[in-house]
Design a protein around this ligand. Structure first.
Ligand SMILES: Cc1cc2nc3c(=O)[nH]c(=O)nc-3n(C[C@H](O)[C@H](O)[C@H](O)COP(=O)(O)OP(=O)(O)OC[C@H]3O[C@@H](n4cnc5c(N)ncnc54)[C@H](O)[C@@H]3O)c2cc1C
Length: 430
């Protein structure tokens, strides 16, 4: 197998797989260390996932929330980026094999996040649109807009309904956010851009299996969120399980169905097994079990952080929340530990501290909770904007996104209403 062509130096080598929130934080913290750092990612950019829904709903351009790794590390001579997809680990040889070549390591850190979970429902996996990476977000944008174009020339009511109805599955933050954004697209954009489309025939459904939205937040926030979405005209269906998707019909557990050529899937995630160190069978969502130092069980020099890891912490048997802030703090901890080891000092365990939760519904409303402290409405939205701008990479991106929000706030506009690329797979209604 080819190698990743990393220069041989006297330095110990840390190989990090995945430049998401966890991996990128770790690499940035090691940039002035004595380690040689290699970052391997299947994409050449860091993606700010919390704003994916705004790309999917035509509010932001994809380049606003993606930042090329090579630009981040231009001046960092001890950091090497290589494009490649992790294939397997050979711990006995301290070797990582990727789709573009292999690389040896002294320390390996796996931070590859997670992927959508369709819970074994094949038709849904094949025909729905998940929202997990930039390709997914673009496909949602392209397909929703393309279906609106088709609705203008539809010849039957049934065809038009299938093209206009949007079903979003999953009432967590991602589902709530995309539902709010698409409801605003229906209210502000569709009447202006598509005068031939009657918006009363365009229904947006948000389907959740549990009895409330935003299940990780307080009951008060869940019920406030429900009210806001209903006011925006979203049909929220609680205690409803989606079972299948056939012939443009979203089929529910009780046998009823909704005609829709737009099925957006935000319901659940899992991690992909890592060949060579897999213990995914032990954990229902495929996460890698680690000790409190983020070491993968059974290995001294392989670590897992972020969404892919589940720490053996009796206080959190289901794992820490899969949130950006947790991934970032694990990246910080492991960097500090590796630097400590290089100086002959002991490592410290990762301490999880509960942090606030934020979710937004539409262009000027959000919910925020820090422990028992809770705010909602415009002030929460300002807090949401501040936190997202703070963690977004790149000054130019920060300015572009912030100015886009100001424009959207006053102009009620979604500026990126572009259908790009016939090559993008389109699962639209026939
Ligand atoms: C739509 C959406 C909205 C979200 N909103 C919020 C929010 O508002 N607030 C919040 O705190 N969290 C939010 N999250 C969750 C948050 O994004 C994750 O918790 C966070 O991204 C986890 O960071 P990570 O570094 O573990 O993984 P990721 O950020 O997912 O990064 C994983 C990296 O690994 C790379 N990779 C994956 N597989 C391979 C492979 N085999 N080989 C090489 N590279 C690979 C990927 O390209 C990616 O760069 C959201 C997630 C989604 C999908």
């Amino acid at each position: 197998m080819k190698t990743l062509n990393i220069p041989q130096t006297e330095q110990k080598r840390v190989v990090v797989v995945g430049g998401g929130f966890a991996g990128l934080t770790l690499v940035q913290k090691l940039r002035k260390s004595n380690y040689q750092v290699v970052l391997v990612d299947q994409n050449n950019f860091h993606l700010f996932k919390p704003l994916l829904y705004q790309v999917a709903s035509a509010g932001l351009d994809e380049s606003d929330i993606a930042f090329p790794f090579r630009r981040v590390f231009q001046t960092r001579r001890n950091v090497n980026f290589r494009l490649g997809r992790m294939l397997r680990v050979k711990p006995e040889e301290n070797l990582l094999e990727t789709s573009t070549g292999s690389v040896t390591y002294d320390y390996l850190v796996i931070a590859t996040g997670c992927v959508p979970n369709f819970f074994g429902m094949d038709h849904i996996e094949q025909r729905s649109w998940p929202m997990s990476d930039i390709g997914d977000a673009l496909r949602i944008r392209n397909s929703v807009l393309r279906n609106l174009e088709k609705a203008v020339i539809a010849t039957s009511e049934e065809e038009r309904n299938a093209l206009l109805n949007i079903v979003i599955v999953g009432g967590g933050a991602s589902g709530v956010e995309i539902a709010g954004a698409l409801a605003e697209m229906r209210s502000y954009i569709v009447p202006r851009d598509y005068p031939g489309v009657n918006i009363s025939s365009m229904h947006i459904y948000l389907v959740e299996g549990r009895d409330k939205l935003l299940a990780t937040m307080s009951p008060e926030t869940s019920s406030d969120c429900l009210k806001v979405l209903e006011k925006k005209g979203v049909n929220v269906m609680l205690n409803t399980a989606v079972k299948d998707y056939q012939d443009n019909r979203v089929i529910f557990g009780d046998g009823t169905s909704i005609l829709s050529g737009n099925l957006i899937w935000t319901s659940g995630v899992k991690s992909e097994a890592v060949e060579g160190i897999g213990n995914s069978e032990k954990e229902r969502r495929g996460r890698i079990l680690t000790d409190r130092y983020n070491r993968v069980q059974g290995f001294d020099n392989i670590f897992a952080i972020g969404d892919i890891a589940i720490t053996d912490d009796p206080q959190y048997p289901a794992g820490y929340p899969q949130l950006a802030r947790v991934a970032i703090s694990q990246g910080e901890r492991i960097a500090a530990n590796l630097i400590a080891v290089s100086k002959g000092k002991p490592m410290e365990p990762y301490e999880y501290r509960s942090i606030g939760v934020l979710a937004t519904v539409g262009r000027n409303r959000a919910f925020a909770e820090w422990g028992k402290f809770r705010i909602k409405g415009f002030m929460a939205w300002l807090a949401w904007c501040f936190v997202h701008i703070l963690f977004l990479l790149g000054v130019q991106n920060k300015i572009k996104v912030f100015s886009g929000w100001v424009w959207n706030y006053f102009g009620k506009d979604l500026p990126v209403r572009l259908i790009i690329g016939c090559g993008v797979p389109c699962k639209d209604a026939k």
